[in-house]
Unconditional design. Structure first.
Length: 335
């Protein structure tokens, strides 16, 4: 089934812009935005070399301006307000459209970067000007900034990733605050898909990897915050994450060369079915039988992307066992 093309990103016209555009998409931000902005300002290049802009998506009138001015009384940070909500992908694309720089960094309101981030990203694009994007390892932290873990190392040294496309096509391996994308990349490929929610960034990384070299920095120089109120947690709790991932897997397959499409599709389906099963098992352990039932209800859609003969018997048995456990748990809850 063909999918609509991603929204275009028009080329920028006018005088040369800065090297970096650090764009912070926001919606009803809290004091975590201060941590994000401070992490940028502490290593910011001069204004003619680095644009820093908060791009708000229809928050309560005046609230974001007040917050930004309190964080940055000197006025270094620009604010682009939007009276009507565009949604996640729409606001990200608006941020890219407003970016004047050659290299675009989308930094979400809950996340932040560590010292040396922009220096290492600049070094990557200087060494390899044809890069589509560069990214680094990421520290995962909780709402109170306590460390959870650091993302897996993709290779030991800085440089262009070899055989990256099948690896990123299998599953999401990148956190958005760790990524810098050349603006010309977005102009060539289009923006983030607004028909995806959880997986809109993963689909973009696959699209880029299919067309451009990708640089990896093994130092952990970005922090991604996991907490109950972020968009990922909301989508998982609502059950919307799993059909979104199924759609992304189908879209990603269209970006892949024929010679790796089948194997990559199979690997991706297996990974996300196993992920849904692990999620349901955790929900059962926590007594969330209704939530586990919701999670398991989406598994057939993902598994259905594979031919029947490729479906794992062990996964099928685990699913049957979990459905039995959920049924018993729900009956106990009713009783």
């Amino acid at each position: 089934m063909p999918f609509n093309a991603p929204p275009p990103i028009p080329p920028r016209h006018g005088p040369p812009g800065p090297r970096f555009s650090v764009m912070l998409p926001t919606y009803e931000p809290d004091d975590k935005l201060a941590r994000a902005l401070e992490s940028v300002l502490s290593q910011a290049l001069p204004a003619d070399e680095m644009q820093i802009t908060v791009v708000d998506d229809g928050s309560q009138a005046g609230a974001v301006r007040e917050l930004v001015e309190a964080i940055d009384p000197a006025g270094r940070v620009e604010l682009a307000e939007q009276p009507r909500r565009l949604g996640l992908g729409g606001n990200w694309n608006r941020a890219i459209g407003l970016a004047r720089g050659e290299l675009v960094h989308l930094l979400h309101q809950d996340d932040y970067v560590l010292p040396g981030f922009y220096e290492r990203m600049e070094r990557a694009f200087r060494k390899q000007p044809s890069l589509g994007m560069a990214f680094c390892r990421t520290r995962l932290v909780d709402a109170a900034d306590r460390p959870i873990r650091t993302t897996s190392r993709q290779q030991w040294t800085s440089g262009v990733l070899a055989n990256w496309l099948p690896r990123i096509a299998e599953r999401q391996r990148i956190q958005t605050p760790s990524v810098v994308v050349a603006r010309r990349t977005y102009e060539a490929l289009g923006g983030f898909r607004t028909d995806l929610q959880l997986a809109l960034d993963w689909e973009m990384w696959v699209r880029i990897a299919a067309r451009f070299p990708v640089w990896y920095e093994p130092r952990p120089l970005a922090a991604y915050r996991r907490h109950a109120d972020n968009e990922t947690s909301r989508l998982l709790a609502s059950g919307a994450a799993w059909p979104d991932l199924a759609r992304a897997i189908r879209i990603n397959a269209e970006s892949l060369p024929e010679e790796i499409r089948g194997a990559s599709l199979s690997a991706s389906v297996r990974w996300y079915v196993a992920s849904a099963i692990r999620t349901a098992e955790r929900e059962i352990r926590e007594g969330g039988f209704a939530q586990a039932s919701l999670t398991l209800g989406h598994v057939p859609e993902i598994l259905g992307l594979l031919d029947e003969q490729l479906r794992s018997l062990s996964l099928t048995r685990r699913l049957l066992l979990l459905h039995t456990q959920v049924g018993r748990g729900l009956r106990r809850d009713v009783a």
